[in-house]
Design a protein around this ligand. Structure first.
Ligand code: FAD
Ligand code: DLZ
Ligand code: SF4
Length: 507
């Protein structure tokens, strides 16, 4: 053969991926490979592997239907390659291409492999820019160099203007950049949470589910009730459903949590966007169109769009500007191992138990569960950032290092010393009580501050500040809390320390 070998990775399942541009169905071969190393370098949630392998197989079938020659390696074939590099070498040996084309990897680890591929072959290996992202590495670098501090809000405004999204006469629509003040309501018991569209599991997905059950039996999570889009058509249907049925209330109840209702009005689109079945641009366009058509209020559309063109792009920019050392950050010197209940799901704290149970069931928890429940616990209990990163990378179906790492290191653990968060996101039980119904079902009393029955967040919050005084006392946004702590009587501080020690030792 004298054609191009085009290698598409599992998170590059987009029809318009740069790898496929200028592809010639007559002479080129598309390579896709399920490989053991990717599935096990951390032991991903079973549902995450099943979702991705099924989406990959459907994508490959679609490419074949479009007339491309596809070399697809299933993980259960004899002699299936262990790694991306092995898959590529096998394909080169079998096919004899005169060029390789790939799109840059999302993760640093795989990007380094691609650099090695450039050295490995005596023909051209072309690594193309991943232009599904809306901000390039260079644009982020330029913006960051010109910014006094790395704050998402200012990055977001730059992106809104650059992309002309919800901009009218050069100003933000409605006169404000951010409508979050309207977005902090708990569920009031009156509002009806819509049921999600369901999918029948087709033969291809069922095969993958059986394979994962057998081959990855000791991984975290269940495969029961697999109900997630795995094709472009299903993903588009899900997006349309979200914009019509859930987006109108997305903003208002964005921070709310409810036992037994994992999704509420959240989009549940992250895994579909991250693997490429949906593009961030189309998702944002749909939301803006719905707002312009008057079916979605401004606080919902703006809040949702901010998550995608703001947070998602910003987080990626942080990752690529801080690698390769970012993952080692541990400015608060947190050392504690993960308690067993992160794996066994039998936490006594009901908010933790429910959030981890849902994670086990669905490979999903929504942002406030990740940030203000599990994340808050990891911060206040002083859990080791490396262990926390590994857990988050394993358990969520949307988890790739580029997005998981800054959220864990910077957003929940303040392990980077405040590179982009102005203060640690620490909260006592009253926040969780306000935003959820977890506390009414909990063995701990959320109103109690001390003693074995008190909500652990209540004393851990002060103990965290006390423990980290030298590292945090000069942070102006934490200063007020230290003033309050300094007014506590000595006996009260002693009780906080004793309750915390007892609780943390028992972990
Ligand atoms: P929605 O609430 O509907 O939000 C819409 C979209 O905005 C999401 O689909 C996502 O694409 C984007 N988004 C929102 N917040 C963020 C954010 N902080 N960073 C990046 N994108 C964001 N998201 C991942 O995609 N992968 C991860 O591995 C991941 N790990 C996280 C770890 C921690 C500790 C925290 C606090 C957040 C993490 N997030 C991660 C961000 C966010 O929690 C998820 O994107 C969101 O919960 C996915 O659910 P959804 O699609 O229903 O989101
Ligand atoms: C997450 C994942 C898993 C579990 N397995 C595969 C795989 O077998 N083949 C593949 O192409 N991609 C997989 N992925 C996604 C990759 O980890 C992802 O493409 C890289 O992390 C991108 O840097
Ligand atoms: Fe969580 Fe405390 Fe409420 Fe229990 S009482 S659910 S531990 S916040």
């Amino acid at each position: 053969m004298a054609g191009t070998l085009r290698f598409i990775l599992g998170d590059q399942l987009s029809d318009d991926i740069a790898t496929l541009r200028d592809a010639d169905p007559q002479s080129d071969v598309i390579l896709m490979a399920e490989v053991q190393d990717e599935a096990t370098y951390v032991k991903h949630h079973k549902k995450k592997i099943a979702f991705l392998f099924s989406a990959m197989r459907h994508f490959a079938a679609d490419l074949t239907d479009k007339g491309y020659k596809v070399r697809y390696q299933c993980i259960d074939e004899a002699d299936s390659p262990e790694s991306f590099t092995e898959a590529l070498i096998d394909a080169v040996n079998a096919i004899g291409p005169d060029r390789i084309v790939v799109t840059e990897a999302g993760e640093w680890r795989v990007r380094k492999m691609m650099d090695e591929w450039e050295e490995m072959f005596d023909f051209d290996v072309e690594i193309r820019t991943d232009d599904r992202f809306l901000c390039t590495h260079a644009e982020f670098r330029d913006w960051a160099e010109g910014a006094k501090t790395l704050r998402m809000e200012y990055f977001y405004r730059m992106m809104r203007e650059k992309l002309a999204i919800m901009i009218e006469d050069g100003e933000p629509a409605g006169g404000q950049w951010n409508y979050d003040k309207d977005n902090r309501e708990p569920l009031d018991g009156q509002v009806e949470i819509p049921d999600r569209p369901d999918w029948t599991v087709d033969e291809m997905t069922q095969k993958v589910i059986d394979l994962v059950e057998e081959r990855f039996a000791d991984h975290f999570g269940t495969l029961e009730n697999f109900a997630y889009p795995v094709t472009r058509r299903q993903a588009t249907h899900y997006l349309n459903w979200f914009v019509e049925e859930a987006l109108p209330c997305f903003g208002r109840y964005q921070d709310a949590m409810k036992q037994g209702r994992p999704l509420i009005f959240h989009s549940h689109l992250s895994a579909l966007i991250n693997c490429g079945l949906l593009s961030p641009a189309e998702v944002v366009e749909k939301a803006e169109d719905a707002w312009r058509a008057g079916t979605v209020p401004i606080n919902a559309a703006e809040g949702f769009i901010r998550q995608i063109i703001g947070w998602r792009e910003f987080i990626r920019g942080v990752y690529w500007s801080q690698m390769p050392d970012y993952g080692q950050s541990n400015k608060l010197m947190a050392q504690r191992a993960l308690p067993d209940f992160f794996w066994t799901r039998d936490a006594k704290m009901n908010c933790m138990k429910q959030s981890i149970l849902e994670t086990w069931d669905n490979a999903y928890a929504h942002h406030i569960q990740r940030l203000m429940v599990i994340g808050n616990f990891c911060l206040l209990a002083g859990l080791d950032p490396k262990k926390v990163q590994e857990w988050y990378l394993i358990v969520y179906h949307d988890a790739y290092e580029w997005v998981e790492m800054p959220n864990v290191v910077g957003m929940i653990l303040f392990a980077d010393g405040g590179l982009f968060a102005s203060k640690p996101y620490a909260a006592s039980g009253s926040y969780i009580n306000k935003m959820s119904d977890y506390c009414v079902h909990c063995d701990y009393a959320v109103k109690r501050k001390h003693g074995p029955d008190a909500c652990p967040f209540n004393y851990l919050y002060w103990d965290f500040l006390d423990r980290n005084r030298e590292r945090l006392k000069d942070n102006p946004r934490v200063g007020m809390m230290y003033k309050t702590l300094d007014r506590f009587k000595d006996e009260k501080v002693d009780t906080i320390r004793a309750d915390s020690k007892q609780f943390l030792d028992a972990l």
